[in-house]
Design a protein around this ligand. Structure first.
Ligand code: FAD
Ligand code: OZ2
Length: 396
C-alpha cells in the first residue's frame, strides 16, 4: 500500500493542471494515466483562445503551437459574409491551434517540475472507500494491482469518465440533447486560411457546427459536431462531414492523414461534482462550454480549483461533504452563469432554419465586435434579433 496526499486519475490537461497546483501547494501528489503516451492519440480540434492562460500560469511556447490565428469567422448556411471576431476590431488577444499531444505533455512536465510523481500505463481499476469517503484507488501498475491511498482523490478521467461514477457520483450522467458526436479529419493539401478558425452553422451540422482549424499553409483539422438527438444512424456524422468536404474544392482535393472521433458534453453546470474525498474536474465533471465545445481551458481552471480545495481539506483535516462543497461553489461561481447562457443559446440555435440562420449571420456580421467571445456574438444577436434571445436576455 502506498500513501499520498493527492491522487489524480488521468493526465489530460485538467489532471496535469490539478497535479501541478497540488504539488506547488506542497502536497505529495501522484498522477496516474492509463495510456502509454500522455496526450496521444489526439482527440481534439486543438483550438484554444489565449485569454485564460494567465489564470493557470501557462505561457505560450513554440513547441506546442501549430498556428497562431488572428480571429474567428462564423459562417451561415449560404457561406456568404461571416461574423468576424478579429484582433483588429476587438483589440484583444486571439488564440492558437495547438499540437495537442505536445501541449498535454507540456502540462504534465510542469506538474513533474513542481514535484508530482507520474505513472503512465497505469489505469485506475476501482475505487477504495471507507464509509462514504473516497480514500484511494486500485491502480494497475507494472503488471500489478497497487493499492494507492490518498487523502484526496481527483477524478480527471475525461468524457468517458468512470471513476466518479464508480465512487457513487450521479452527476456525470447526461441528457441526450446535451451530447455531441464529433468526428474530425486532419487534412493535408487543403487551402484553408491560416489566419482564422472557421465555424460553419446550419443543416450541414444539425444542432452543432462544422469547423476548420488551420495547422499551417496547407494543413487543417476539419471536423464536425452534431447533437445525437438529430442523428438517425451512427454514420450520419461521417456523412455530414464527407458531403461538406466534397462540395468544397479547397478541401475535396485534400488528403486525410488522421481521423478521430469522440463525445462532447454540452450541458449546464452540474449541481454536484464532489463526494467526500473526491473532486471531479474537466470533462469528467462535464465542464465543456456548451456552445463552443471547448473544454481545455475549463478543465485546467477546474484542476486548479480542485488543488486549492484539496489543500484546504488536508490542512484542516476535513474531508466532509461540506468541505467538498467549496469546490462545487468555486466551479459554479466561475462557470454557472456563462454555461447557462450558452446552453440556452445552443438550444435555440439548434432550432433555427437555414434561412433564419443566414439572416442572423448577415445582420450580426455588421455589428462591431469589441472582444473575441461568445458574449459579444450574443450581444450582437440581441441588438439585431432580440426575439431570438429573449429567453436569455438576463444572462447576456
Ligand atoms: P482528457 O483530455 O480526456 O483526459 C483524460 C485522461 O484520463 C486521458 O488521458 C485518459 O487516458 C485518462 N484516463 C481515463 N480513464 C482513466 C483511468 N481509469 N485511469 C487512468 N487514466 C485514465 N476542446 C478545446 O478546448 N478546443 C478544441 O478545439 C476541442 N476540440 C475537440 C474536438 C473533439 C473531436 C473532441 C471529442 C473534443 C474537443 N475538445 C476541444 C474538448 C477537449 O478535448 C476536452 O474538453 C479536454 O480534453 C478535457 O480535458 P480533460 O483533462 O478533462 O480530459
Ligand atoms: P469565450 C474556444 O474555446 C475554441 C474551442 C473550439 C472547440 C471545438 C470543439 C468542437 C467540438 C464539438 C462541437 C460542439 C458543438 C456545440 C454545439 C453548438 C451549437 C451551435 C470564440 O472565439 C473560445 O474558443 C468564438 C472563444 O470563442 C467561437 C472565446 O470564447 C465561436 C463559437 C462557435 C459557435 C457559436 C455560434 C454562435 C452563432 C450565433 C449566430 C471569452 C473570454 O475568454 C473572454 O475573456 O468562451 O466566450 O471566452
Amino acid at each position: 500500500m502506498l500513501n499520498y496526499d493527492v491522487l489524480v486519475i488521468g493526465a489530460g490537461p485538467a489532471g496535469s493542471s490539478a497535479a501541478r497546483y497540488a504539488s506547488r501547494y506542497g502536497l505529495k501528489t501522484l498522477l496516474v494515466e492509463k495510456r502509454p503516451d500522455i496526450g496521444s492519440p489526439v482527440r481534439c480540434g486543438e483550438g484554444i483562445s489565449k485569454a485564460w492562460m494567465p489564470e493557470v500560469d501557462i505561457k505560450p511556447e513554440a513547441h506546442w503551437i501549430s498556428d497562431e490565428v488572428k480571429g474567428a469567422r462564423i459562417y451561415g448556411p449560404s457561406e456568404k459574409k461571416p461574423i468576424m471576431l478579429t484582433a483588429e476590431s476587438a483589440g484583444n488577444e486571439v488564440g492558437f491551434v495547438v499540437e495537442r499531444d505536445k501541449f498535454d505533455k507540456h502540462i504534465a512536465t510542469l506538474a513533474a517540475t513542481e514535484g508530482a510523481e507520474i505513472w503512465i500505463k497505469s489505469p485506475a481499476m476501482s475505487v477504495i472507500k471507507e464509509g462514504n469517503r473516497v480514500v484511494g484507488a486500485k491502480i494497475r501498475h507494472n503488471g500489478e494491482e497497487v493499492e494507492v491511498r490518498a487523502k484526496m482523490v481527483i477524478a480527471a478521467d475525461g468524457f468517458e469518465s468512470e471513476f466518479s461514477r464508480w465512487a457513487g457520483l450521479k452527476s456525470p450522467i447526461l441528457k441526450k440533447n446535451d451530447i455531441i458526436s464529433a468526428l474530425e479529419y486532419r487534412m493535408e493539401n487543403v487551402d484553408s486560411n491560416e489566419d482564422f478558425t472557421d465555424f460553419y452553422l446550419g443543416s450541414i451540422a444539425p444542432a452543432g457546427y462544422l469547423w476548420v482549424f488551420p495547422k499551417g499553409p496547407h494543413e487543417a483539422n476539419v471536423g464536425i459536431g452534431v447533437t445525437i438527438t438529430m442523428m438517425k444512424d451512427r454514420l450520419d456524422v461521417k456523412n455530414y462531414l464527407d458531403s461538406w468536404i466534397k462540395s468544397h474544392p479547397a478541401y475535396s482535393k485534400g488528403r486525410i492523414i488522421q481521423q478521430i472521433s469522440g463525445g462532447v458534453s454540452v450541458n449546464k453546470v452540474k449541481d454536484k461534482m464532489s463526494l467526500p474525498g473526491l473532486l471531479a474536474i474537466g470533462d469528467a465533471a462535464r465542464l465543456i462550454d456548451p456552445i463552443t465545445g471547448g473544454g481545455i481551458a475549463n478543465g485546467m481552471i477546474s484542476g486548479k480549483f480542485a488543488a486549492q480545495v484539496s489543500k484546504k481539506a488536508i490542512d484542516e483535516n476535513d474531508f466532509s461533504e461540506e468541505m467538498m462543497k467549496n469546490y462545487d461553489l468555486m466551479v459554479k461561481d466561475k462557470f454557472e452563469r456563462k454555461h447557462l447562457r450558452n446552453w440556452f443559446a445552443k438550444e435555440k440555435l439548434g432550432t433555427l432554419s437555414n434561412e433564419t440562420l443566414d439572416k442572423l449571420v448577415d445582420v450580426v456580421a455588421d455589428v462591431k465586435m469589441t472582444s473575441i467571445s461568445v458574449e459579444e456574438i450574443l450581444k450582437g444577436v440581441q441588438l439585431k434579433y432580440p426575439e431570438l434571445v429573449s429567453q436569455l436576455e438576463d444572462l447576456i
